[in-house]
Ligand binder design. Structure first.
Ligand code: CA
Length: 142
């Protein structure tokens, strides 16, 4: 019984931990999937929209480096170097959002996947929708 409870708590902890990160960024549960394989990219900091693999995209790396805290400075960064700030992509163009608040707008892009995927300025990412985290040389860093 004790072991069963420990397993349940461990699973709940992992699930809530993932939701925790989505709740720490504006529109974290509604980030559009540029690969269109699903409506939303729920693993926002990772290179696969369906799996929390160990491979993070550049937004995931930088959010982690920022202590998993959405700050005005982090909001103003353009993690994936596609010309739109993290805040613009996630619906917080004025960088005023705080956890628990309704963002000013909707998420219009993915902050860690340079868009449009396949564009010349995104070539640094070595990312393609048909290989995701398995693309040759993909690491998410410019
Ligand atoms: Ca961007």
């Amino acid at each position: 019984m004790i072991i069963k409870s420990a397993i349940i708590f461990a699973i709940v902890g992992v699930i809530s931990g993932r939701n925790y990160y989505q709740d720490r960024i504006p529109n974290g549960h509604f980030v559009p999937n540029p690969c269109l394989t699903s409506q939303y990219w729920n693993t926002v900091g990772h290179l696969n929209p369906a799996h929390h693999t160990h491979l993070k995209n550049i937004f995931g790396h930088e959010f982690r480096a920022n202590g998993h805290v959405w700050t005005a400075a982090f909001c103003q960064m353009d993690s994936d170097k596609d010309g739109k700030s993290n805040g613009e992509e996630l619906g917080d163009p004025n960088c005023t959002w705080q956890p628990g608040q309704t963002p000013d707008g909707s998420a219009i892009g993915h902050p860690g996947i340079c868009e449009p995927v396949g564009d010349a300025r995104c070539s640094y990412q070595n990312f393609a929708c048909n290989c995701l985290e398995h693309c040759s040389g993909v690491d998410g860093y410019p």
